[in-house]
Design a protein around this ligand. Structure first.
Ligand code: PLP
Length: 380
């Protein structure tokens, strides 16, 4: 049965549709004016000097690592509690992902454990703002600065989040966003590298465009590159979505707020904790079951909710336990216990802009019911 309340849903209006159609009526489906327009709008929104459109967030991260000269023999410190792309890009350049366990409060890299993992081979820290929360990023940035290692900020889940005066994506030497349809804003597929480092931006522009130097001869290739370009069709969609982003973020904050109000008295779950100085751009809404529940309980609760038409998921299974990581690097359960403890108990609830109060109540009802049923089963 299809989920009656989907886990995620993009928010596309007539304005986006018109903008895309307009590109298709014109001459430039790619490498036209919409790419630079989207990049400029992104620079303005974030207050950064350079933005480089990419065909995906993964492509953007890949280019950042290459632009920083990271390759075989190098180590990059990163989190095992993330979507797998943040770690795969390290393997894609031939370097070694060195996982560091998370802080159980922030769900992001534990800054103290980063210190212990730094070696002479460490060439970067690839930090992720899990679920859009920048908690601890300022500390991670200071660790990176103290060791003179660049911080690559995977902000693919955090576009529009602000902590104090700092926008997610601007902590690191470079920040990367992704625009897959489940993100706060979408271009269908797409991504963006943002940075104040003009050399890094130029290198990313070359790498995304078959190794051509920007402004150079079309058939001259200075280096090995890729086709990671973002088309004008996608960029046009991005321009309108970015214009609407403040409205979209506000709608999502309303949904998150409703969930929090309705679930405050539920003793079997832990709600996300947000620093009072953080203005969240919510990517997903993930609650955690309390300690008494196991991964088996959690999976049964997910199954029960889906049976009732509620889209839900276990964001994110630990990366180090994904089969090819476990095999290649010899990881097993216990390698990163805090990540495993958290990942065993997460329940991502349906989360998108247009979720009605009634739908939110239905989700909460089915969550409570599934938890109660599981508690009954455990007794029996
Ligand atoms: C979505 C996401 C990405 C990039 O995803 P693409 O699908 O390649 O755009 C990278 N890292 C994290 C943590 C993400 O959530």
């Amino acid at each position: 049965m299809a989920d009656q309340i989907p886990l995620s849903s993009p928010d596309i209006t007539e304005a986006e549709i018109e903008a895309v159609v307009e590109v298709m009526r014109g001459r430039f489906l790619s490498l036209g004016p919409k790419g630079p327009e989207f990049e400029q709008a992104m620079c303005q929104y974030l207050g950064v000097e350079h933005a480089v459109g990419m065909s995906s967030g993964t492509a953007g991260l890949h280019c950042c690592l290459l632009a920083l000269g990271i390759g075989p023999g190098d180590e990059v410190i990163t989190t095992p509690f993330s979507f797998i792309a943040s770690s795969n890009v390290i393997l894609m350049v031939g370097a070694k992902p060195v996982f560091v366990d998370i802080d159980p409060k922030t769900l992001n890299l534990d800054p103290e454990k980063i210190e212990e993992a730094i070696t002479s081979k460490t060439k970067a820290i690839l930090g992720v703002e899990a679920f859009g929360n920048p908690a601890g990023m300022d500390k991670i940035m200071r660790v990176a600065a103290r060791h003179e290692i660049p911080l690559i900020e995977d902000s693919c889940e955090a576009l529009g989040t602000t902590h104090g005066k700092t926008k997610a994506g601007t902590y690191g030497r470079c920040g990367v966003f992704g625009f897959y349809p489940n993100k706060q804003m979408t271009t269908g597929e797409g991504g963006m590298v943002v940075t104040n480092d003009s050399g890094l931006a130029d290198m990313c522009r070359s790498l995304r465009n078959q190794g051509r130097d920007p402004g150079g001869n079309w058939l001259a290739h200075a280096r090995l590159g890729y086709n990671y370009r973002l088309s004008d069709i996608n960029s046009a969609l991005g321009v309108v979505q970015l214009k609407r982003l403040p409205e979209i973020i506000a709608l999502r904050q309303r949904v998150a707020h409703s969930y929090i109000q309705l679930l405050l008295d539920e003793p079997n779950i832990i709600l996300p904790t947000i620093d009072p100085n953080t203005s969240m751009s919510w990517f997903v809404f993930v609650v955690r079951l309390t300690e008494q529940f196991t991964a088996v309980d959690r999976d049964a609760i997910l199954t029960q909710m889906r049976r009732n038409g509620v889209g839900c998921s276990n964001y994110f299974p630990p990366i180090h336990l994904q089969p090819f990581y476990a095999k290649q690097f010899g990881y097993s359960r216990g390698s990163y216990p805090i990540t495993e403890y958290v990942a065993d108990r997460t329940v991502a609830l349906p989360f998108h802009n247009r979720l009605s109060e009634m739908e939110i109540e239905v989700v909460v009802h089915h969550l409570r019911q599934a938890i109660a049923k599981q508690l009954e089963l455990r007794k029996g």
